[in-house]
Design a protein. Structure first.
Length: 247
């Protein structure tokens, strides 16, 4: 579904991504891990069009999407949540997701129909899928940190992605919230058949859900393989301060 080859990106002489490679098959859950500054978020920004690579190629469903704008890539079927929560705090939970659904449909503006009556069922279905139905009328700024992270996933789902990219989905969450997010990711993969690419510092979560793991260090890909292969890899262990990969 997604194939990345020879991807490079530098900022003022600093090589953030260096000849990175990645491949994901349809239906997989793939994790990207690595020490702080390894290039994970930059890689995600390149895939989703927030940044343009200096060189290399990104292929999605056999189409070269390298350098396309973010809104075009989104419409091709790639959804994204961010490391820092990005929601409209003054809107309700329902309205945040509704905007994403209407944007995908291309009917955000309709002079002859009140927006509140549009895409009601689809928006409600998305909220049900992520467990936010009971909080649909809450102002988003009043949500807990964990619920705000889940709302951002719901917003991404509003675009009906085939590939969902999650940047540290459990960052700042309590253990209970982390467990709930793990359950949500499992359901999205299993029940909805979504392909998921995520980066995460919680190694317990990574090794419990990922079909395959890609490890980055200093912008480069060290290895992509099964969890057990990654855990035993000496280069990976060295990247994690000379010890065993935390799990």
């Amino acid at each position: 579904m997604l194939r990345i080859t020879g991807l490079n990106k530098s900022f003022d002489g600093f090589q953030a991504v260096a000849d990175a490679s990645l491949d994901i098959e349809k239906g997989e859950v793939v994790a990207v891990i690595g020490p702080n500054g390894a290039g994970k978020t930059t890689l995600f920004n390149l895939i989703t069009g927030q940044l343009t690579p200096d060189s290399g190629e990104i292929w999605f469903r056999e189409e070269n999407i390298t350098g396309l704008p973010a809104h075009v890539i989104s419409r091709k079927g790639i959804g994204r949540s961010f490391q820092i929560v990005n929601v409209f705090d003054r809107l309700t939970v329902f309205e945040n997701v509704q905007i994403a659904v209407l944007a995908r449909r291309g009917n955000t503006l309709n002079l002859f129909r009140p927006a509140r009556s549009m895409a009601v069922k689809e928006t409600g279905d998305v909220l049900a899928n992520v467990g936010l139905s009971e909080k649909r009328t809450m102002t988003s700024g009043m949500l807990s940190h964990g619920d705000r992270k889940v709302l951002e996933i719901a917003i991404a789902l509003g675009s009906r992605p085939e590939l969902l990219i999650l940047d540290e989905p459990t960052a700042g969450m309590s253990p209970d919230e982390t467990a709930a997010t793990l359950d949500l990711m499992t359901r999205l993969s299993g029940d909805l058949g979504l392909t998921i690419l995520f980066c995460e510092h919680d190694m317990g979560l990574v090794f419990s859900i990922a079909n395959r793991i890609t490890v980055m260090n200093h912008g480069a890909t060290i290895i992509q393989g099964l969890p057990e292969d990654v855990r035993r890899n000496r280069q990976v262990q060295k990247a994690y301060l000379g010890g065993d990969v935390p799990c």
